[in-house]
Design a protein around this ligand. Structure first.
Ligand code: GLA
Length: 724
């Protein structure tokens, strides 16, 4: 199998085009290409997915670098891991399974190299494993990857899929032409309605996944398109693609956070059997922490979202397996009421969601989106329960049950979600719910003095209570252990502790997790414990930009292999940069600012992929200038700290280092070269590779002390300078 790095190198150039296609699909017009389509079938598409679909899809992890072995290998892993038995039963072959053109009779043709045995064979193998067969097509002239689309071939393609015994069709919406005289929305409606009817007319039961709404996200027609998607199909993608497998953990986290947010707001548009689809589950060898994987799984379950894994199941970590296969969490997702959970309480950095379940129970999620632990507190009433004085909370990850008189609270680690199944009444003999809260933590640092409290939320008092502190090597606590003795039902008790960290921390951001644990006895329920984390973040500025390096920006043409500017093993050519005036240590003057190009030999790390690093920089100026480029498409906030302790912020973004419009984010071109270095040597892909300048404003009259770079690893900075 190809390594992820080689795979990325090969798909890197395609990336520019693929992104352009994905975003322009709704706008493309091909006059005369679409024939008048039949009117929508008045009856809704049959209820072929009474619970949210579950399964696996190759796209996020493999993109086009997959074949029959990839699909069937992952299918076998789905079965052997037990995930198929847990409900993940549909294996979908996404884009790039086809040949570049249709047959002489107009049929879609599988790629003969990737799928030498054809697609019916793949389906038969999947069926023999007890799995269902899903396939990808597009409603427009071409798929997002550029393969034949199904426009005007609705019945022919639906019949072919039925003949191949397909069970699930994902119909994308790239390149759907606008019929003259119609709006985009009408043209999409015509096409998807025609497909829906064609699928019905095959007589084969095929779940229909509609991608149309994703092409209308943020437009006035978005809700309307989701509305008719629920008529013509069973589920629909309504927004951005989730991050690809090769993207970094932080990029995946921000992507799933984004998809969660827009999907959470669409609860009104979902009904049982008609599902909002916020895209794939990324649990796997993914760069996400276990808490982050668990959060996605728990939030998707709360939203009754389709659970479609996209990872290499043949190398699934134990953590990812446990997260994906948590039967209690799956049961929340698959609950027969089929209702999407809703946000019932929100703070600056947390959400509480509640989802109604069959039998009067509810699932309640406490989602901590911040980078620090925090105690999130809600009530059974806020979650939708009527009056009552006893509620059993089953934590669906730890499996522990506790009983509360109404308050639901937990100290939740950063990016984690605590998920409870809550039932009213009962709980006799069950341990009381308790929670730790760290107070006064808004500026948590070393040394810091905090109040730690233990709350008893249950009907039983606590006795013999002891609070103890623990942390990584170098952390000391005064006191380390405190006796709290009795805590009355509904009451709390606490202590003040001083946490002192290691003497000195290295430049950069150091995060330490301190844990308070309370041990106690709770009447007949016996001995129990509860723990609560505190996140202590220490930021020590780097003395210079160069000392915050973590990326190889340029390689020599005689040794191109160590480069990794773009995460795909490619970098700028140092030879081409030197020719353009950017030799190591050279002064580069561009667009009114003067910079020093990194004084590093080609092939050594010499540019900063921005990840929130703080850099010392002293002086005054009119604005702060940056020399950089992106291996992505994003902007982020720069924070400038002045000597008087005040701060100002400004937005920083650059165009992609290749292939893009060079004024994005207000940047200006500084350096232009005509090729890049790839691991196998210099390459000219018929485009330019550029470096840009951009600026952020400064507060007049103040002296700069430090600069905090954006938390956007796609943004690379080679130099920064105060500009007059
Ligand atoms: C779009 C979809 C993705 C994937 C690709 C394939 O971007 O949203 O899920 O199917 O197309 O090209």
């Amino acid at each position: 199998m190809t390594s992820p790095l080689a795979r990325r190198a090969r798909t890197a150039l395609a990336g520019c085009g693929a992104i352009a296609l994905a975003f322009s699909g709704a706008l493309l017009a091909a006059p005369g290409a679409a024939a008048a389509a039949p009117a929508a079938s008045p009856a809704p598409y049959p209820d072929y997915a009474p619970t949210p679909p579950m399964g696996w899809n190759d796209w996020s992890y493999y993109q086009c670098d997959m074949d029959e072995q990839t699909i069937l290998g992952n299918a076998r892993a789905l079965v052997s891991s037990g995930l198929a038995a847990d409900g993940y039963d549909t294996v979908t072959t996404d884009d790039c399974w086809m040949s570049g053109s249709r047959s002489s009779t107009g049929d879609l043709v599988p790629d003969p190299v990737k799928f030498p045995d054809g697609m019916a064979y793949v389906g038969a193998r999947l069926h023999a494993m007890g799995l269902k067969f899903g396939i990808y097509e597009d409603a427009g002239t071409k798929t997002c990857g550029g393969y034949p689309g199904s426009l005007n071939h609705w019945q022919q393609d639906a019949d072919l899929f039925a003949k191949w015994k397909v069970d699930y069709v994902k119909l994308d919406g790239c390149n759907v032409p606008t019929t003259p005289g119609e709006t985009d929305e009408q043209s999409y409606h015509d096409t998807y309605s025609a497909w829906s009817r064609a699928m019905l007319d095959t007589g084969r039961k095929m779940v229909f996944s509609v991608s149309a709404p994703a092409y209308f996200q943020g437009t006035a027609d978005w809700d309307k398109v989701i509305g008719w998607s629920a008529q013509v199909g069973n589920l629909w993608r309504e927004g951005a693609d989730i991050a690809l497998g090769q993207e970094s953990g932080p990029a995946k986290w921000s992507s799933l956070l984004y998809n969660y947010q827009y999907n959470a707001d669409l609860a009104d548009l979902q009904s049982p059997g008609r599902w909002n689809d916020p895209d794939f589950l990324l649990a796997g060898d993914s760069g996400l922490s276990r808490d982050e994987m668990q959060s996605q799984m728990s939030l998707w379950a709360m939203m009754a979202a389709p659970l479609i894994s996209s990872t290499d199941l043949t190398h699934l970590s134990a953590d990812a397996r446990a997260v994906l296969g948590n039967k209690d969490v799956i049961a929340v997702d698959q609950d027969r009421t089929g209702l999407q959970g809703r946000i019932v309480q929100q703070g600056a950095d947390y959400d509480v969601l509640s989802k109604q379940l069959a039998g009067g129970e509810r699932a309640v999620a406490l989602f901590n989106r911040s980078d620090s632990a925090q105690t999130i507190t809600t009530t059974a009433a806020a979650a939708g329960f009527g009056k009552g004085s006893s509620f059993v909370l089953k934590d669906l990850v730890t499996k522990k049950s506790t009983v509360t008189t109404g308050t639901i609270s937990a100290d939740v680690p950063p990016h984690a979600t605590v998920l409870y199944r809550v039932s009213a009444g009962g709980g006799h003999g069950t341990a009381p719910a308790t929670a730790i809260t760290w107070k006064d933590v808004s500026t948590a640092g070393h040394p810091g003095t905090y109040r730690v409290e233990l709350a008893d939320l249950g009907p039983t008092g606590l006795s013999d209570t002891v609070l103890s502190l623990a942390g990584p090597d170098g952390e000391t606590f005064a006191p380390k252990e405190v006796r709290l003795n009795r805590v009355a039902p509904g009451g709390s008790a606490g202590a003040t502790v001083t946490v002192t960290g290691p003497g000195s921390a290295p430049p950069g951001t150091t995060v330490a997790t301190i844990t308070a644990t309370a041990r106690y006895r709770a009447g007949a329920a016996g001995a129990d414990t509860v723990s609560g984390p505190l996140t202590v973040t220490t930021v020590v500025p780097y003395p210079s930009l160069a000392s915050a390096f973590d990326n190889v920006g340029a390689t020599a043409e005689s040794a191109t292999a160590p480069g990794d500017f773009d995460g795909d093993g490619d970098s700028y050519s140092a030879d081409a940069l030197t020719q353009a005036g950017a030799a190591p240590g050279a002064t580069v003057t561009a667009n009114g600012a003067t910079f020093t190009w990194p004084d590093a030999a080609p092939g050594t790390p010499d540019n900063v992929s921005t990840d929130g690093q703080q850099i010392e920089l002293t002086g005054q100026g009119g604005q702060l200038a940056f020399l950089g480029a992106e291996a992505g498409f994003t902007a982020g906030d720069v924070t400038v700290t002045y000597t008087d302790g005040t701060t100002s912020t400004g937005s920083l973004g650059f165009p992609n280092w290749c292939c893009t419009d060079n004024t994005t984010y207000g940047a200006k071109v500084a350096i232009t070269t005509d090729h890049r270095d790839t691991p196998s040597g210099p390459a000219n892909f018929g485009t330019k590779y550029q470096v840009f300048t951009n600026t952020v404003p400064l507060t007049a009259g103040k002296t700069v002390a430090a600069v905090t770079l954006p938390e956007q690893p796609a943004i690379h900075v080679f130099a920064l300078a105060l500009q007059p």
